[in-house]
Design a protein around this ligand. Structure first.
Ligand code: GZL
Length: 314
């Protein structure tokens, strides 16, 4: 009889603990600070919305900071959360690669794990739990490979560069140059930053169309769709036919780019998934539970030349 009472007591206690363990697995009840770069592009906005929706679905209390593309604002937000001691973890989408050592050391010293999402930092990997991101170098290679096959390896290229110093821009440029460098007929004749912003992409393209002979421009490689769409407007206003007179390949696969593909105004885009919130929260939770976490958690994406192919795989 005594054994039965012990068994009942153990079962009751486990039934009380189990939901708490499950809650920890989902992250419910955790407070997580999310330091976001800004809202410079449609992809960034989609990324923000996806992270917020994921936190809501999990019952995570998300503290959100929009840094307006200023690193100092990101650092200030992180330091405030660290000082207040009111976060269990921090998710950081770093605007540029360098300048994070001090704040990451402060988080470490405060016992607050940091998960890097999207772009990268050049800090020692021991200062953060993991990085959830796509492979930007691969994205650049994919864009270049498409352009090589579309032009038989002969093309004068205008590059609309992303934010200078950001991993997304630097690595896409690296991958793109790695592939076109195999073809003597492929040359970047102009490269300027549009900072991942649609209006700046248009302005830069307008400037290049006035400084270069448009007939000498074969294609545009834009580091993101927003700048590509800006370039389309500039090309049309110059009396040229986008995606025909000047080919256009970019990155992000935002909804607007599929409208451009449908309209025959852009040729191809490389997908960048905005759904990094789930893997980031899972990594933070695993770390808090004392589990090992790999230093990189990749998100994938392919190249698309039309909406139907994208819809067929999403
Ligand atoms: C890349 C991301 C880039 C997007 C742009 O992962 O950092 O920043 O390609 C965004 O749209 O501005």
């Amino acid at each position: 009889m005594r054994n039965i009472k012990w068994i009942v007591l153990v079962v009751v206690i486990l039934s009380m603990i189990a939901p708490m363990a499950m809650a920890q697995d989902s992250g419910e009840g955790l407070t997580i600070g999310f330091s976001q770069i800004g809202s410079e592009s449609a992809w960034r906005t989609a990324f923000t919305n996806a992270v917020k929706a994921e936190a809501e679905a999990r019952g995570i209390n998300l503290l959100f900071s929009d840094a307006q593309q200023e690193q100092e604002n990101q650092i200030a937000a992180m330091q405030a959360w660290i000082a207040q001691g009111d976060v269990d973890a921090i998710v950081l989408a770093p605007v540029v690669v360098s300048g994070w050592d001090v704040v990451l050391e402060e988080a470490r010293d405060a016992g607050i794990p940091v998960v890097i999402v999207d772009r990268n930092v050049d800090s020692d990997p021991s200062l953060y739990v993991t990085r959830v991101s796509s492979d930007f170098v691969h994205e650049g290679r994919l864009a270049a490979a498409w352009l090589v096959q579309a032009t038989s390896g002969n093309c004068n290229i205008v590059e609309l560069y992303g934010t200078v110093g950001s991993a997304a821009a630097e690595d896409r440029a690296t991958g793109f140059r790695e592939v076109i460098g195999m073809f003597s007929g492929m040359e970047i004749i102009a490269s300027e930053t549009g900072n991942f912003v649609r209006t700046e992409g248009k302005q830069v393209m307008e400037s290049i169309l006035s400084s270069e002979d448009p007939a000498n421009i074969c294609a545009v490689f834009a580091h993101n769709d927003d700048m590509a769409i800006g370039a389309v407007e500039a090309i049309k206003e110059a009396g040229l036919v986008p995606a025909e007179d000047i080919l256009i390949v970019s990155v992000d696969a935002i909804p607007d780019i599929f409208d451009s593909l449908d309209a025959g105004e852009v040729n191809a885009t490389v997908e960048l998934s905005p759904f990094m919130g789930g893997p980031a929260f899972d990594a933070a939770i695993a770390y808090l539970n004392g589990e090992d976490v790999p230093k990189w958690i990749p998100v994938g994406g392919g190249l698309y030349t039309n909406r139907a192919d994208y819809d067929a795989t999403h």
